[in-house]
Each structure stands twice: as structure tokens, then as C-alpha cells.
Design a protein around this ligand. Structure first.
Ligand SMILES: Cc1cc2nc3c(=O)[nH]c(=O)nc-3n(C[C@H](O)[C@H](O)[C@H](O)COP(=O)(O)OP(=O)(O)OC[C@H]3O[C@@H](n4cnc5c(N)ncnc54)[C@H](O)[C@@H]3O)c2cc1C
Length: 437
């Protein structure tokens, strides 16, 4: 069969052969046979990572998506044990009617639980709840030496820490036991306001973040001069009164890949201006369904196709508090000057809750994420942005990355050698090969 699985950015273009399994007891023989035939392999969740961290160096992945069942639920304590290929959306479909929600969710509900652990994902409540790993009670791990490990903060604690944010390199996660949070309704009460520049963003964040569970900002990456970093600030909390309902809007779809990227400097400038002006100058309260608040992009299936056949790269960095404002200004000035970027540009203050994961990405500071259509001149812009991130003590997010240098990675993630010492020798990704060799 032709290889067909890609990463979300469709760059680098390295289609993967999928080796599927349906039952947990098929995993040990499958891991043994794929790794002995192709030397190495890698678990693959649902391909929502943007760059090459979900692509196997051998281009043969173990597709975990069909290992997707509930094993045990406790609706009194809000603890579920699920197989690792289940998506966050499938967990929510059962948890919400019972009055529970994910403690931490990224901006897509189509990530699997295994993928959420392996990248130790974070969401709009990093400042109040930390990362996915902060709510992971235990999990089961299959290693290629036919060893099966149960891991928790007290059982095999080193492997527990290495696997959270461990990029799928320590073994195949079979199942996970996760702590949910109680909710009264599935709605979110939000407050929205637009801001005129980066200084106003930091002032709003200091004023509002500690009062709300969730916070995030959209920014106009092309705004320049005194308007650098202008955008829209959004905070939210689970509503106290209302119903517990699943959103059932049928998703839209982009049926084919256009021959060229639909995102260019002209379309972007107009979109950004209209979007910014559409938002109020004073805090306005609104009520929103959980899907439109947490997962606006999931409404359009295959939205990654708008970038055309060459795909796109996401640039996501986090800058420590001490240098965040200055570095963000430099980054945004450089991006605006280049005239490149995307409508989807997100600024978020991260908090100081420490993750148990060795290679977890967030740190106490500010994170910036935006997409760029793949073009030959991207290299030059990224090398300039990398320099700003390096000098300000920040780092890039492996889940989104397709370009970071090995030197930058090793400097920003000094624990990488500990992960390497615990890596399962039969598992390696294109990302890991690129940044460690
Ligand atoms: C629209 C969108 C919004 C996003 N927003 C955010 C966000 O807000 N915050 C954030 O942190 N991330 C975000 N992401 C990134 C995404 O949440 C992560 O990349 C996530 O890890 C993808 O999960 P996946 O199941 O698709 O895994 P994949 O992308 O397939 O794989 C990711 C990693 O997990 C490993 N893996 C997968 N399954 C297993 C398993 N069973 N056992 C061991 N290892 C495994 C893989 O080897 C790989 O290293 C977003 C992505 C999209 C597309």
C-alpha cells in the first residue's frame, strides 16, 4: 500500500506507511515485527503535530488510532481510564453529559490521548492548570524488549517523567488514567476586548488572567509601528448555569487542495483589519459553546489544505517573563516587516505550574504561535526569529517544529540526554534524528 499519513503542516513531505492494530495485546508482536523489518518505527496518534515529530525516521509508523476504548470510568471522582488512541473529542462526548471536562485541552479535540501525553500539550488554562501531564495519574507503556511498564508519579517515576513530553520515544502508551474537572454546564462565559498594541496586551493579561480559568489573545501579525501586537483578548470560565450538551454542528470541509496557498499578504491584511475592528473596545461578555471557544479551527475539517500543496510551518516559541515583552516586540516587528504570516496568530501568557515531564515545552512566560505558508524565503525569516528566541532565553515547541537546529534544541532542552538514555532503541522520529545527530 502507498504511504499516506502526513503531519498536519504537510511539511516536510514524508508520507508514512501505517501499521495498524486494533487490540492492546496486538501491540507487542506488532512493535517487534515492524521494528525488526524496518529497524525502527514510531507511534502515530492522529497526525495533529505540525512538523516532523510524528514522522518515523523509517517512514513506518505504528498507527494507534484504533486502540480507542474506555476501560474504566468513575463519574464520582471524575477519573477515566482510556486507551491511548482515543481522541479528546471522544473522551468529551462521554464525559460532558456526566458533568466532567478535560482538565487541559489543546486547540484541537482531534488529538489522541497518547499524542497529548507525548507532547505534554497545554491550552488556554496553562496559567491556572499547567499541562496535560499535570493531570495524568498513570499510564501503561509497551517497550520493544517486551517489557510492559505501569508508570505513575510513584511507580517507575523516571519513565513517567520521560514519557510526558517524551515525543513517543520511550514506548507505546497503551492506556492512560486521567483526572477530569467538574463542570455544571458545557457553555463558557467569555469576556472579549480588543487591544491596540503589545503593551496593552501585557496590561490586560496582568489584570485578567488570575481572575479567569482560560485566557488567550489573537493578534494581527502584520500590524506595525505603534500598533505592533494589536489584537483581541479573550478570557473565559465554565458557565455556572445551563445545560450539559454536546455541540452537534456538522463540520465544514475543504474538499481539495488548491494549487496555490490562499493565504497571502493582501488577503491577510484585509482579514486582519476586518477581524480586529469587529471586536469591542470595552470588555464585552458573551456566552459560547465549548467547541467554538476551545476548538474554532476544528469546525473546518482539512483546513490545512488552504496552504496549497507545499504545506505550511507553524512557528511557536515561548519567551521567559523577564524578556518576554521586548522579545515579542522584536519578533512581531520582524514578522510584520517580512509581510508573511497567518490569520491564525496566537499570543498566550503561560504560568509557573511545573510539569512532571522532562521535555515539556511551556515555561513561565509568553508564547507566540503562527503559521507560515511554505516558501523558499521562510528560511531567512525563521533564522532571524530563532536568533531573537535564543538571545532571550526562549525555546521552540517540538510538536510544531520542522526547522529548529540541533544546537538550539539541545541548548533549550538540556534534559534531552536523559530522554535519550531512556529512549526505546526501536523508536525514533525524523525530528529526533534531526536535532540529536
Ligand atoms: C488546530 C490545532 C490546534 C492545536 N493547538 C494546540 C495547543 O493549543 N496546545 C498544544 O500543546 N498543542 C496544540 N496542537 C498540537 C497537538 O495538540 C499536538 O501535536 C498533539 O500531540 C497531537 O496529537 P496526535 O494524537 O495527533 O499525535 P501525533 O501528532 O500523531 O503524534 C504526536 C506525538 O505523539 C506520539 N504518540 C502518539 N500516540 C502515542 C502513543 N499511543 N504512545 C506513545 N506516543 C504516542 C507520536 O510518536 C508523536 O511524537 C494543535 C494542533 C492543531 C492541529
Amino acid at each position: 500500500m502507498k504511504p499516506s499519513l502526513l503531519s498536519w503542516g504537510r511539511y516536510p513531505y514524508n508520507p508514512q506507511h501505517s501499521h495498524a492494530c486494533y487490540w492492546r495485546d496486538e501491540l507487542p508482536p506488532l512493535l517487534g515485527s515492524v521494528s525488526s523489518k524496518y529497524e525502527t518505527t514510531l507511534p502515530y496518534g492522529n497526525g495533529r503535530s505540525y512538523g516532523d515529530s510524528c514522522l518515523a525516521a523509517s517512514d513506518h509508523v505504528i498507527n494507534m488510532r484504533s486502540i480507542d476504548r474506555f476501560i474504566h470510568v468513575d463519574w464520582v471522582r471524575g477519573i477515566v481510564i482510556v486507551e491511548a488512541g482515543i481522541t479528546l473529542s471522544e473522551v468529551l462526548a462521554t464525559a460532558i453529559p456526566n458533568g466532567w471536562f478535560l482538565s487541559v485541552t489543546p486547540g484541537t479535540q482531534f488529538a489522541t490521548v497518547g499524542g497529548a501525553i507525548a507532547n505534554d500539550v497545554h491550552g488556554k488554562n496553562h496559567h491556572s492548570k499547567g499541562t496535560f501531564g499535570n493531570h495524568l495519574l498513570s499510564f501503561g507503556l509497551e517497550r520493544s524488549n517486551e517489557e510492559f511498564l505501569t508508570c505513575s508519579p510513584n511507580i517507575n517515576p523516571e519513565m513517567y517523567a520521560a514519557t510526558i513530553g517524551g515525543l513517543g520515544l520511550t514506548g507505546l502508551i497503551h492506556f492512560a488514567e486521567i483526572q477530569l474537572i467538574p463542570i455544571n454546564t458545557s457553555h463558557i462565559d467569555t469576556h472579549v476586548v480588543r487591544f491596540g498594541n503589545l503593551t496593552e496586551f501585557f496590561a490586560l493579561s496582568s489584570e485578567l488572567d488570575h481572575q479567569h480559568e482560560y485566557s488567550v489573545a489573537w493578534i494581527d501579525c502584520l500590524a506595525s509601528g505603534s500598533q505592533v501586537g494589536r489584537g483581541v483578548y479573550i478570557v473565559g470560565d465554565h458557565a455556572r448555569y445551563g445545560e450539559l450538551v454536546l455541540n452537534d454542528n456538522a463540520p465544514l470541509s475543504i474538499p481539495f487542495t488548491p494549487p496555490l496557498s490562499l493565504i497571502n499578504n493582501y488577503s491577510l491584511r484585509i482579514l486582519n483589519e476586518l477581524y480586529w475592528r469587529a471586536h469591542p473596545t470595552k470588555l464585552k461578555q458573551q456566552r459560547s459553546g465549548y467547541e467554538s471557544f476551545f476548538y474554532p479551527l476544528d469546525r473546518i475539517l482539512n483546513w490545512n489544505r488552504v496552504y496549497g500543496p507545499r504545506g505550511f510551518q507553524q512557528y511557536q516559541c515561548v519567551i521567559p517573563d523577564a524578556s518576554a515583552e521586548m522579545a515579542m516586540k522584536e519578533l512581531l516587528k520582524a514578522i510584520a516587516k517580512s509581510g508573511q504570516g497567518s490569520f491564525l496568530a496566537v499570543l498566550k501568557r503561560c504560568g509557573d505550574i511545573k510539569s512532571p515531564g522532562l521535555l515539556s515545552f511551556p515555561l513561565s512566560g509568553t508564547s507566540l504561535a503562527l503559521d507560515f505558508p511554505q516558501r523558499s524565503n521562510l528560511k531567512e525569516l525563521f533564522s532571524h526569529l530563532d536568533q531573537i528566541v535564543r538571545q532571550s532565553g526562549g525555546r521552540l515547541y517540538p510538536a510544531k517544529d520542522a526547522h529548529m537546529s540541533g544546537k538550539d534544541f539541545r541548548q533549550a532542552y538540556p534534559e534531552w540526554e536523559r530522554l535519550e538514555s531512556m529512549r526505546d532503541p526501536s523508536l525514533i522520529s525524523r525530528f529526533w534524528q534531526r536535532v540529536t545527530e
